[in-house]
Ligand binder design. Structure first.
Ligand code: B12
Length: 289
């Protein structure tokens, strides 16, 4: 769709009243064109810029000529999740990229795409596998596509300055879950941290060695699976206690079952969006070397 929108059309696209849109037009908040008869018209490009700059949500992306998956409403997010699950299971990387880029270009944050769409999609994939509706290889292909997309986003993010504070993190011994770890790394890198992903399956001794080597200001641990609960609890608490000059954040599904009594250091984040909020609260610029 290339024709300029009427105020009524834009109002429907973003689910506000027509009179609000007319007021924004008249106040100059929306750069408006006028027909020969004096009617307000809003070019699509202006409408899209307005949505992005004023944090509006798109209820009906089709009206703006955007793909149906664009926007930030829960309806759109749900639809994108379903489509992503389907395309991940079908092993179609280009379709997956399209769905995810549509959300990204519509202004949805990387962290919320990770939590609301990608993680939700993997829950659906897990359910599909559990009830026999998906084969193991399909789940694996879906993981590969997802990891490639996360790395692609990272590669297109401008690198932080060398003086930026350092963040390191990974998953503990016996935990092979790459996706949440790749998400944590990407979000920190995108926030301007000098993020060093350490990978998966790291015994605490080697995590400690990495801390000594990198001297990070931020350490994160992603824990989706623990091999032996009691051992993990002891080692994790000792590791957290050993961290002196850095903030520690930890998250992951396995913590639902972990006893954190006596933990002396560290902040639990239940989602990648929470990690983003926490990392942001550390005031990046005050930490720069
Ligand atoms: C993909 C997958 C795997 C893959 C991972 C491949 C890879 N390269 O990463 C592999 C093959 C390794 C795997 C193996 C296993 N899996 Co598995 N797996 C899954 C699946 C389908 C998706 C997991 C995933 O990556 N999700 C995407 C992430 C991003 O979402 P998330 O985990 O919910 O994380 C969110 C939050 O927890 C939080 N978060 C997570 N980490 C962190 C870290 C930080 C710092 C922060 C701030 C936040 C945060 O933010 C994330 C985004 O919102 C799930 C299904 C499901 N329901 O999730 C099963 C699932 C987790 N697996 C399961 C099982 C049983 C296993 C195995 C034990 C199977 C076996 N018998 O061998 C092994 C254990 C592996 C191991 N030792 O690590 C079960 C767990 C059941 C349970 N109650 O514990 C599930 C739920 C499947 C099921 N329906 O039964 N698995």
């Amino acid at each position: 769709m290339t024709k300029p929108l009427t105020p009524k059309q834009l109002a429907r696209a973003i689910d506000v009243s027509e009179s609000s849109v007319k007021r924004w037009c008249d106040q100059g908040v929306i750069t408006t064109e006028y027909t020969a008869g004096g009617h307000r018209r809003i070019p699509i490009s202006v409408a899209i810029e307005f949505v992005r700059n004023h944090n509006q949500t798109i209820a009906n992306p089709e009206i703006l000529g955007l793909p149906v998956t664009s926007g930030k409403t829960s309806r759109v997010t749900r639809r994108a999740t379903q489509q992503l699950t389907e395309k991940l299971l079908a092993g179609e990387p280009d379709q997956c990229r399209r769905i995810l880029y549509d959300l990204y270009l519509a202004g949805q944050s990387i962290a919320s795409i990770c939590d609301q769409v990608m993680a939700a999609s993997f829950r659906e994939i897990g359910d599909a596998w559990e009830c026999g509706a998906a084969d193991v290889y399909q789940e694996r292909v879906g993981c590969e596509i997802t990891l490639r997309f996360l790395r692609e986003l990272r590669a297109t993010t401008p690198p932080p300055p060398k003086s930026a504070p350092v963040a390191i993190g990974g998953t503990p011994a016996g935990d092979y879950y790459q996706i949440p770890a790749a998400m944590a790394d990407l979000v920190l890198y995108n926030l301007g941290w000098n993020s060093v992903p350490l990978g998966t399956n790291l015994p605490f001794a080697t995590l400690k060695a990495a801390v000594d080597n990198y001297q990070p200001q931020f350490i994160w641990l992603s824990v989706s699976h623990v091999a032996e609960k009691e051992t993990f609890e002891v080692e994790f608490k000792a590791f957290a206690k050993s961290i002196k000059d850095a903030k520690l954040a930890f998250g992951g599904r396995a913590f639902a079952d972990i006893n954190l009594d006596g933990l002396e250091n560290g902040t639990f984040c239940s989602s990648i969006e929470q990690l983003e909020v926490f990392a942001n609260s550390l005031h990046l610029h005050n930490l720069s070397n």
